[in-house]
Structures are given as C-alpha cells and as structure tokens.
Write a protein that binds this ligand. Structure first.
Ligand code: FE
Length: 162
C-alpha cells in the first residue's frame, strides 16, 4: 500500500517536471536555428580545454576572473564555440556578481533555456540554440525592462566590437 502510494507520487512528480521542461523551452524558443551537431570528441579537439570545461561539461568560471564582466564596449557577444550571435552590449548591465550579465538575449530563438537541478538547486540553464553549448544560467532578479538576469561565463563568449 505504501509502495503503491509512493509510486503514484513519483509518477505525478515526473509528469510535472516533464511539463515544466516543455513549457520553459516552448516559451523561449521563437526562431528555429540550424543546429550544429558534433561528438564530444570533436568538440574536445576544437575547443581550448577551459572553454570545453564550461561549454560541454557545464562548468562555471570563477567570478571576477572572466575577460568580459567589466567590458563596457559596444558590440555583439557571440558563442565561443559556434559564433552564434547571443547578446548585445545594449542589454548588458553591471550586476556585481562577477560574471557578464544581460537582461535579454539578442533574439529569443538564439538561446535555449532548460531546467537544471545540478548543484542541489533548481536553476534555469542557458544554452546556445545552435550548438547546444552551455552558457550560464538565467535568474528572475534582473533589471527592467525584462526583470531577467542572464548570468553568462566569459569563456562561453567572444566579443565582436561594433
Ligand atoms: Fe554555439
């Protein structure tokens, strides 16, 4: 009896988590990107080890160490793995966190957002919609007009100066 009840609870939890995933991706995705699909071996051969660690193994660079958290120049931030345009300097703001922070992506379809439960907390992971590379996380404590804070690793970005 107890086992049966537990099974029902687990089934319910699974359905809820699945529907959340679909909703999160569905609302964020507006443009369909041409996907780049490479094996982990190929990525490992192409990306510098520190970039591979962030983008393919979902690592996080130490705060206040990245090359872009203080960057105030005008331009476009692109994916370090595939060159996909991700964020405009116009949406960059000083969050005080030590990571480059943006209140929106350049276009919603350029990124994907997925629930991430690693590290003992539920966070929303931000990925490049073209290559699937890990970029960082998005939080709901950002400034107007969106209230979002895209907290992105410098190592997942390249900067194209205007
Ligand atoms: Fe990419």
């Amino acid at each position: 009896m107890v086992k049966k009840r537990l099974l029902i609870v687990l089934t319910f939890a699974f359905i809820v988590s699945c529907s959340k995933t679909e909703k999160a991706i569905g609302t964020e995705k507006e443009v369909t990107m041409d996907k780049i699909s490479k094996t982990e071996e190929e990525w490992k051969g192409e990306l510098p080890a520190d970039v591979y660690y962030i983008m393919r193994e979902k690592g996080t660079e130490r705060p206040f160490t990245g090359k872009y958290y203080k960057n105030k120049e005008k331009g476009i931030y692109v994916c370090a793995a595939c060159g996909n345009e991700l964020f405009s300097s116009d949406a960059k703001f000083e969050s005080g966190t030590g990571w480059p922070s943006f209140y929106e992506a350049i276009e919603k379809g350029k990124i994907e957002i997925k629930p991430d439960s690693t590290g003992g907390m539920i966070r929303m992971e931000v990925l490049c919609a073209r290559c699937g590379g890990h970029l960082g996380h998005v939080f709901d404590d950002g400034p107007p007009p969106t209230g979002k804070r895209f907290c992105i690793n410098s190592k997942a970005l390249d900067f194209k100066k205007e």
